[in-house]
Design a protein around this ligand. Structure first.
Ligand code: GLN
Length: 528
């Protein structure tokens, strides 16, 4: 990491500026990130595959597009997407034609995607460069990335701790400067929680904002795709590139993609002025039992800073918050059990064909191919959907879900612009700490799950450190209010731009450069 024009410490918008100024090329930027990812990933394991050849080909194509636009004049250059030539990492459940998409599972080992996902197409249209695929909890079920069938990812702030999950690889790669941007999915918190634990920005858009065509499904009424970045402007630009209606996903909404996503103020002074007169709610139920005092202190300080910058803050109540977890763990496993029925050993990936007995082959494939957490969910979900139980569990959970959504609606009706809350009640936890107790792991997402149940957008931004580890501030908005949420998050970034903690680098960054540093798998084995 030198102070080079293609340095991996730069944000996407800084890189884009240098690219347009002719100070660097996409090939140079891409090569720098590939080199860093290769040199450091043994100690982090953020990646499941890195495709150097494809990435470099895309980088050269981006450079050619930029050169052609320059030939046409400034208007053509201005019309290029800000992500042109900028590297992006994708969670390994996004289809890239001809590439792997394991979803962190053995059952998809060997599977090659026959087509591009919608967001892959959109990233290609923008001219972004896809570096490779990142590690994740199997089928996005988890909060630590320890449920990956390919071994855990470490947190660059402390290599003995988890990066959060399920999009832990995408969060860790951005935090460790292996990529300026990455894509994750958030079904119950899997973008926001790892963003918080790794000290980066992560946004879960409104349900329907981004097409899921070509994304491995977990729970279809909850899954959303969203960005990770090291600052708010970059996250907004990545969402802008992938959002919008797509005929191939009937749940993607015709709602126009706000151009404002690309118009966030660059200057901190300009950004800060936006907050005056805004009303923010502080939901008391999000200060959950078991919240670490250091986390609570950082959130309260962030709220005070927002208030000092002109926002009105009122304590509010979301009385059904407590039911978020219980209802999510009916709805999500129920939908997962149905979505995962397709992994039958015939159509995708792993296939045991032992004796010509189809049922035996099916059981052997699924028995070997799925990990313990996935099996637990399939069993719970199948049970909740079975005759006689459907009304008592799934239908009941859906009714309570309406009450959870109504809690939020009432606050928007009262004129609140957004809600401010913790993203996670704790900082990153040590490997193994929640692996023996599924409910303890599920509780990791108590502050994020209700937002998915209500289909709302929310963003997590870094707001300081507790015990030297990052804390995330969550801003929750009404449906389709992403542009406003990014604005609010940009304000928070601006008013804390000079805070001491902003300059603090992930504590274990230097260890990543040392080839003698153990792998995350070795660390876990040492503690087992
Ligand atoms: N941790 C939650 C779960 O295990 C949420 C995961 C997610 O958002 N994909 O289901």
């Amino acid at each position: 990491m030198t102070d080079h024009a293609a340095s991996t410490t730069l944000t996407a918008h800084e890189l884009a500026e240098r690219l347009r100024a002719g100070d660097t090329t996409s090939a140079e930027i891409t090569a720098a990130h590939l080199a860093r990812a290769h040199a450091t990933d043994h100690a982090l394991h953020a990646w499941l595959s890195i495709d150097d050849d494809r990435a470099m080909a895309e980088a050269f194509a981006a450079d050619a597009r930029l050169a052609a636009a320059r030939g046409e004049g400034q208007a053509a250059v201005d019309a290029l997407h800000p992500l042109l030539g900028i590297p992006v990492a994708l969670k390994d459940l996004v289809s890239v034609e001809g590439g792997q998409a394991t979803a962190g599972s053995r059952i998809l080992e060997g599977y090659r995607a026959p087509f591009d996902s919608h967001i892959t197409e959109r990233l290609h249209d923008a001219g972004a460069v896809i570096l490779g695929k990142t590690n994740m909890d199997e089928f996005a079920m988890g909060s630590s990335t320890e449920h990956s069938a390919f071994g855990p990812t470490a947190n660059p702030w402390d290599l003995g701790r988890v990066p959060g999950g399920s999009s832990g690889g995408s969060a860790a790669a951005v935090a460790a400067y292996q990529a300026p941007l990455s894509i994750g999915t958030d079904t119950g918190g899997s973008i926001r929680q790892p963003a918080a634990l790794c000290g980066v920005v992560g946004m879960k858009p409104t349900y329907g904002r981004v097409s899921r065509y070509g994304i491995v499904a977990f729970a279809s009424s909850l899954d959303q795709i969203g960005p990770f970045a090291r600052d708010v402007r970059d996250a907004a630009a990545l969402l802008h590139a992938v959002a919008g209606r797509d005929e191939r996903d009937s749940t993607s909404a015709p709602e126009p993609v706000p151009a404002d996503l690309l118009a966030l103020p660059a200057s901190d002074d300009e950004a800060a002025s936006w907050l005056r007169g805004r009303r923010l709610g502080l939901p008391r139920e999000y200060f959950v039992a078991g919240m670490e005092p250091g986390v609570e202190a950082r959130i309260r300080e962030a709220v005070a800073a927002l208030e000092a910058a002109g926002a009105t803050i009122d304590e509010v109540s979301l009385p059904h918050t407590d039911y978020g977890l219980a209802t999510y763990y009916i709805v999500a496993p129920a939908e997962a059990s149905s979505n995962l029925a397709r992994y039958d050993g015939v159509r995708f990936g792993l296939s045991h064909r032992d004796g010509g007995d189809y049922i035996a082959d099916y059981l052997a494939t699924r028995g070997d191919g799925f990990g313990a957490e996935v099996k637990r969910r399939v069993m719970l979900g199948t049970y909740a959907l079975s005759a006689g139980y459907y009304d008592a569990f799934y239908l009941k959970a859906q009714k309570v879900r309406t009450l959870i959504k109504r809690d939020f609606d009432l606050l928007w009706e009262q004129g609140f612009d957004a809600l401010v809350a913790p993203t996670s009640a704790t900082v990153a936890f040590p490997f193994g700490a929640r692996m023996d107790d599924p409910v303890a792991m599920y509780l990791s997402d108590a502050c994020t799950l209700p937002v998915n149940m209500a289909g709302l957008p929310a963003i997590s931004v870094p707001c300081g450190l507790s015990e030297g580890l990052p804390v995330g501030l969550q801003l929750i908005g009404g449906a389709w209010s992403e542009a406003q949420l990014f604005r609010a998050a940009r304000v928070y970034e601006a008013i804390t731009a000079t805070a001491d903690w902003r300059g603090v680098q992930p504590r274990d960054l230097a260890l990543l450069d040392d080839p003698a540093t153990p792998t995350p798998g070795e660390r876990v084995a040492a503690h087992a």
